[in-house]
Design a protein around this ligand. Structure first.
Ligand code: GRF
Length: 202
């Protein structure tokens, strides 16, 4: 499957997806890395790996117009799926609808806890025993789609948002590649087939 990755910054999750794709057995390949931030460090990394990149600042642009430009790039490379990886933009509903069931996101909390920003501080201040990360299908509501996989990460005494974020990032890099791989091959999985049979039976 052909996957386009959208980033806004460092792109460590993009890198994790990219390196995993080098394995012969990986069912997806990264065909484009696109960003709303021309200075995103991940763009240079993707280019050095021979992956097509595209970037344009979204500043001053209408959300629908910007998303339509992104969609043009996705179609130009024949992307089958979109993986949001540190993409710090809220997507227009048209764009989400176009990529319904074909767009995933990784979020640094144990969803449905702590949608939105500042997740690690919220978990620490709530006295939670764990933070963590979740990979979910993207739907119109922010960080709200079905969760495909998640990893709890223990919060240590004295943890700061930064120290917790650093450990959660390790878990993110280990969670996203296999979850994306399973998702793009889901229609060959017994679980998916059983689900379809169940839908038909009901
Ligand atoms: C990560 O915490 C990710 O969960 C969030 O953005 C942060 C930076 O990700 N969406 P990356 O290093 O740019 O992949």
């Amino acid at each position: 499957a052909r996957v386009a990755v959208l980033i806004s910054g460092t792109g460590t999750n993009m890198a994790a997806l990219l390196y995993a794709a080098k394995a012969e057995s990986c069912p997806y390949e990264i065909v484009l890395v696109a960003s709303n931030n021309p200075d995103a460090a991940g763009l240079a990394l993707a280019a050095a790996e021979g992956i097509a990149t595209w970037s344009l600042s979204h500043k001053g642009m209408n959300r629908d117009a910007f998303d339509a430009l992104v969609d043009d790039q996705l179609r130009a490379v024949g992307a089958d799926y979109v993986a949001l990886a540190g993409y710090m933009r809220i997507l227009s509903s048209d764009f989400v609808a176009k990529w319904q069931d074909r767009m995933l996101n990784i979020h640094p909390s144990l969803l449905p806890l702590y949608k939105g920003l500042d997740t690690h501080r919220k978990a620490i201040e709530a006295g939670d025993r764990h933070g963590g990360c979740s990979v979910h299908v993207v739907t119109a509501d922010l960080d709200d789609g079905p969760v495909l996989a998640q990893t709890p990460v223990a919060i240590l005494p004295g943890d700061t948002p930064d120290s917790l974020a650093a450990r959660v990032l390790i878990a993110e890099h280990q969670l996203y590649p296999p979850t994306l791989a399973a998702y793009v091959t889901r229609e060959r999985s017994a679980g998916w087939l059983l689900g379809r049979v169940r839908d038909l039976a009901l």
